[in-house]
Design a protein around this ligand. Structure first.
Ligand code: EPZ
Length: 420
């Protein structure tokens, strides 16, 4: 088990290269099940969630190798159509193998993902969409058992905008007989990245980048190589860290178009941002203005940057409100932030922050990936030493975060511990 030790009070400065997007890679990798063959994905983040999904594919007989950020997958030989609980419980996005397995092999047995630290995380839209395409699905002993004689094109409307459900149903529809129209499809860049990859593989998809996707099923696809898009949430985390520490940081290898809501809110808080190509320079010299945010599906403010924004508003003198409309209970970071001196109260799905009070170092515990990030950001500005426990949560979605922060001047070290 590892923990981070952070000495607060350092202004971040310098340049950092943003890694490939975890949630794009997790959307794209299951597509190798749609067409047996050899795939190469460049700019793949070398993080725990990628190790988890490649281990899951390995359990199906599929060989893969991750060398630094080059992912090689050979899906020619598959000998199992099952995603066992021990993999799915580690990462709920494993359910994204369901659609491709049913579409290509007509069968799948996938563990129901449980809940997670911040909510029940239902999968009803995944299942209803696949049933509408012609999959026969029943749930037994915590597993989704699915089979079909062949998927058929259909029309399906997503009750709510769902990234995972859109990815699962879209992936299945590309091999269905006939045409499918998906409405209220999710617009996240990671969904668009998947749709573009599927087209590169030979799928016929219209409306990419809109909430209406029209798919004409095809009989076969081809294996390809692709580049994973930059991680907009990692980028948001570094932008907020630079703002909190009143630093000056250049982010390289980003797609600013994926960060418009975050950039707008940072500017509103008083930051100076200069966007040039795939680079963003952010500078902050004064205390930030308090700025309210409400999370929303893309292109709204991302829920995955909500915890980081709560930490940021702790340094903004005055009152601010952070409301999460996607995950109303995603505030497990708040009790830990209290230990650093935060004045934050949570009422229903809103955190009310009294910012500008001094923060002092303490030992805090991560509960989930983005909560961990907010604790680290808060520790960067807290006076003195902080320890962040259970960083395995963080390792799921950030590659070498402590090295990147240290290169920006932060005092942060990873140490082994048997503290849990
Ligand atoms: C994806 O999760 C991301 N994970 C999450 O990022 C992110 O928080 C989330 O999208 C929202 O942006 C990956 O891409 C691997 P959803 P997903 O289905 O697909 C409800 C991170 O930190 N819903 O878009 O599971 C659901 O309850 C992770 O990187 C249903 O009601 O999210 C939620 O309120 C955390 N029924 C809303 O939709 C369903 O069948 C959005 O969830 C599915 C979802």
């Amino acid at each position: 088990m590892d923990k981070f030790i952070v000495e607060g009070g350092v202004r971040l400065s310098g340049a950092v290269r943003i890694s490939g997007a975890k949630n794009a890679a997790l959307a794209i990798i299951p597509a190798v099940l749609l067409q047996p063959g050899v795939y190469r994905f460049h700019n793949t983040p070398n993080i725990r969630d990628i190790w988890t999904i490649t281990r899951l594919l390995g359990a199906m007989g599929i060989h893969s190798e991750l060398n630094k950020n080059e992912l090689f997958i050979d899906s020619t030989n598959i000998n199992s159509y099952e995603a066992p609980y021990q993999h799915v419980k580690q990462m709920r996005a494993s359910i994204n193998v369901l659609g491709p397995l049913i579409a290509r092999y007509g069968r799948a047995r996938v563990s129901l993902p449980g809940g997670c630290a911040f909510g029940p995380r239902p999968v009803d839209l995944h299942l209803r969409g696949l049933e509408k395409l012609g999959a026969n699905i029943d749930i037994e002993n915590g597993y989704i058992n699915a089979h079909t004689e062949g998927l058929k094109g259909t029309r399906f409307h997503f009750d709510v905008s769902s990234v995972g459900a859109t990815e699962n149903v879209l992936s299945a529809a590309v091999l269905a007989k006939g045409s499918t129209i998906l409405t209220n499809a999710a617009l996240e860049p990671e969904v668009t990245a998947l749709a573009k990859l599927l087209v590169k593989m030979g799928a016929k998809i219209e409306g990419i980048g809109t909430t209406t996707l029209e798919i004409e099923g095809v009989d076969a696809l081809k294996s390809v190589e692709d580049d994973i898009i930059p991680d907009r949430i990692e980028a948001a985390t570094f932008l907020i860290g630079a703002a909190m520490t009143r630093g000056k940081v250049q982010l390289d290898g980003v797609n600013p178009y994926h960060l418009t809501a975050v950039i707008a809110k940072l500017e509103e808080s008083g930051c100076t941002l200069d966007v040039t190509g795939n680079t963003i320079m952010i500078e902050m010299n004064d205390a930030p203005q308090p700025v309210d945010i409400t999370t929303a599906p893309y292109p709204g403010f991302p829920t995955d940057a909500q915890a980081q924004w709560v930490a940021y508003m702790m340094t903004a003198p005055g009152a601010s409100r952070v409301t999460d409309m996607i995950y109303p209970t995603r505030f497990h970071h708040v009790p830990e932030l209290h230990r650093l001196g935060a004045k934050v109260d949570v009422h229903e799905n809103t955190a009310l922050i009294q910012g500008g009070h001094p923060l002092s170092g303490a030992t805090v515990m991560s509960s989930d990936l983005r909560a961990s990030a907010s604790l680290i950001l808060a520790a960067l500005v807290a006076e003195g030493r902080s320890e962040i426990l259970r960083v395995y949560h963080l390792d799921r979605g950030y590659e070498a975060l402590e090295d990147k922060l240290r290169n920006l001047g932060a005092s942060i070290t990873r140490v082994k511990t048997d503290e849990y």
